[in-house]
Design a protein around this ligand. Structure first.
Ligand SMILES: [Zn+2]
Length: 234
């Protein structure tokens, strides 16, 4: 199941391009050799959370080709990641751009420091699913039909699982992170969309820590998620 340590420096799994970013960067999903993935792991839908890409990549690279059972997107927002911005190339918060009943055209506010106010404005898009990254993600989910999505973020240090799934509970137990809600409304988020489509979505918020510390704590858990070692539940 595990790749030889010497060979974990690069990604060797199959991949597929599921769309393009606004700036034309391919959106890539990493896939098992065979079988249907039950879980889709999504990192860096917010471009200023690159630690999520690093930990998921670290886990993917530790698994050999035959051991991978689930799917992973290492970066849902490559334009944002390259710019170091939460939003995409035109400043849309992709995790507020999904077509949900609570989507609102009002700007969304976020905070950029741990204790600072939530006072930085981003757009939720001109309309629901206005962004190519959002539309591509929805098509992928529609095609793949995963039983659950695990969406990685930073750095609120909690597992948010409104549906109270076995998977959310399992991640909380394995990581030691508390099972709680992020604490503010998130209209147009992937979590809201998933609830409206009966899809289990667990928001996995990493803590604020160095990449070395994050890898130590989360790579083993992500390896288990990617190799299908846990029970998803209903
Ligand atoms: Zn985030």
């Amino acid at each position: 199941m595990f790749a030889k340590r010497l060979e974990t420096g690069s990604l060797r799994h199959s991949s597929s391009v599921y769309g393009k970013s606004r700036e034309g960067i391919p959106l890539t999903v990493w896939l098992p050799e065979d079988g249907t993935p039950e879980i889709l792991i999504l990192a860096a839908i917010h471009g200023d959370e690159p630690e999520t890409t690093v930990v998921v990549s670290d886990a993917l690279r530790a698994i050999d080709k035959g051991g991978l059972k689930n799917a992973a997107i290492l970066c849902g927002n490559p334009d944002g990641l390259l710019r170091g911005t939460r939003g995409n190339a035109i400043g849309v918060d992709l995790n507020r751009n999904l077509p949900t009943s609570n989507w609102s055209p009002e700007p969304v506010l976020y905070k950029s420091t741990r204790k600072g106010p939530q006072d930085i404005k981003l757009s939720p898009g001109a309309e629901p699913a206005s962004e190519p990254e959002t539309r591509a993600l929805l098509s992928l989910v529609d095609e793949m039909k995963p039983r659950a999505v695990v969406s990685l973020h930073g750095a609120l240090a909690c597992i948010d699982d409104e549906g109270g799934s076995k998977l959310g509970q399992w991640i909380a137990e394995r990581t030691g992170l508390p099972l709680e809600e992020v604490g503010y409304p998130t209209p147009g988020s992937f979590g809201s969309w998933a609830r409206e489509h009966d899809l289990t979505l667990v928001t996995y918020e990493l803590e604020a820590a160095s990449l070395y510390d994050l890898k130590e704590r989360h790579t083993p858990v992500l390896i288990e998620l990617l190799t299908g070692a846990m029970e998803i539940g209903e």
